[in-house]
Design a protein around this ligand. Structure first.
Ligand code: AKG
Length: 434
């Protein structure tokens, strides 16, 4: 706290991990002597820069951009870019920290980073988005590269924005390399990258269900969010026979008592409207209700998938989930549950999977995009989907191996943190002081 004043999110992410790695550290003279935890909680560097661009009215706009390069111990920095007015250094530091350990779980040689800007794309024209992305890349390009740092998308940075960012990178660097992932399929992108975080989340949930001897066809699922992760998680869950009863935006929740259809999700994915408008439009259908200013967590469900943003699920939400006999929370977003919510899950032995394990499918597919770029190849959709499934199974196996099994209760957070930490910490020690 003292070293990072006013960085609540970063401190939260660090203490979350520290709790779980305290024992391995106490048991290892090497870890203590090498001060591994202390060294791993200080990002390699933080680049902060001005992003100056002109809006459609000819007015100059100034935003702040960042890239937090947290650790390249096991590979080039890798992680998304977020454009949102709430973006600040604390949020990007926590995301970059989480990313380092998440990436370690994927088995790929990728380090951790995260970037973004306090830019609000809401209501901006396509040309304004393009000019902003170009201005952002005008500075970022000197810090990235296929072996240095490989950014991708995150909130409000999708296929279109990656296209503009990549185009500007290619012009400035005067070479065509896989310095960004999430690219369009026509210029070095990979099949399944768009779907990967949401599909990967459900593949992870399938593994948990297998472990508990439960069937996905008997599960009712609440999802928050209405972006890429939420919609693809819903799509895969419905395809596998689960009932998805909610989606949500920051303005409210859309409940579907009988469960969304595959067509509902397809329509939402195809719509270009903002999240709230498209959910409200769907609310006109018979079995659906728009719950203004409500989160989904009071709706009875077996499984909760928070897929919106950090700290969206609070202690009172966790109590509602417990009262409704929800048995599994698997995070699609990064750190969506507050510490107090997690304490409720632990007290009542509700399974809780941290995002660094359950949402790692997106970055894993980015790893596969990097492999394809490096070898100038393109792998078909079905093959990549199978690879994604195997990676999620492997991450689940690591959580089970390291997560203390207590009367059948697997402590997924401890499992994920310990498995990831030992990989990164070993690399830190092996590479000497620096
Ligand atoms: C995340 O996992 O939160 C990311 O930002 C992944 C981005 C990537 O694919 O590098």
């Amino acid at each position: 706290n003292k070293r990072n004043p006013n960085q609540a999110e970063f401190v939260q992410a660090v203490s979350d991990l520290a709790k779980d790695v305290l024992h391995p550290i106490q048991d290892s003279a090497d870890y203590q002597q090498e001060k591994v935890l202390h060294r791993l909680t200080e990002p390699d560097r933080i680049i902060s820069f001005r992003v100056c661009w002109e809006d459609d009215n000819g007015e100059i706009q100034i935003n702040r951009g960042w890239r937090v390069q947290h650790s390249n111990l096991i590979g080039p920095y890798k992680g998304g870019i977020r454009f949102h007015p709430t973006v600040n250094e604390s949020i990007l530091k926590f995301l970059a920290f989480e990313q380092t350990f998440k990436n370690a779980l994927t088995g790929f040689s990728i380090g951790g980073g995260k970037g973004g800007a306090d830019f609000d794309p809401k209501g901006r024209s396509d040309r304004e988005i393009m000019r902003f992305c170009q201005a952002f890349m005008n500075e970022l390009y000197r810090h990235i590269g296929e072996n240095t740092d490989v950014p991708a998308g995150d909130i409000n940075v999708g296929n279109r924005e990656i296209g503009y960012l990549f185009g500007q990178y290619r012009r400035l660097a005067n070479h065509f390399t896989g310095a960004l992932t999430g690219k369009d399929i026509e210029f070095g992108g990979s099949h399944v990258r768009t779907e990967a975080t949401g599909y990967g989340l459900i593949y992870f949930v399938e593994q948990v269900l297998k472990q508990c001897d439960k069937k996905i066809t008997e599960q009712t699922i609440c999802i928050s969010g209405c972006g890429n992760v939420a919609l693809h998680a819903a799509q895969k869950a419905i395809e596998l026979g689960a009932k998805v009863v909610s989606l949500a935006s920051s303005k409210g929740t859309l409940q579907s008592k009988q469960g969304f259809s595959a067509k509902n999700i397809g329509d939402l994915l195809a719509s270009e409207k903002d999240s709230t408008s498209k959910l409200k439009e769907l609310a006109r259908q018979k079995d659906k209700t728009w719950l203004a200013k409500k989160t989904p967590w009071h709706i009875p469900c077996d499984i909760a998938l928070p897929c919106a943003t950090q700290n969206e699920l609070t202690k009172s939400d966790a109590i509602n989930l417990k009262d409704n006999h929800c048995f599994l929370i698997a995070e699609g977003a990064n750190m969506p549950c507050t510490n107090k919510a997690i304490a409720v899950f632990e007290e009542y032995k509700i399974l809780h999977v941290p995002g660094k394990a359950s949402n790692a499918g997106g970055v894993a597919l980015s790893g596969l995009e990097m492999e394809q770029n490096a070898s100038f190849s393109s792998i078909p959709f079905a093959e990549l989907d199978n690879k994604l499934k195997s990676i999620m199974q492997e991450i689940h196996a690591q959580c089970v191996e390291y997560g203390q099994k207590n009367n059948g209760y697997i402590h997924y957070r401890q499992g994920a943190n310990q498995a990831a930490f030992q990989r990164v910490a070993s690399a830190l020690i092996a590479q000497g002081i620096g």
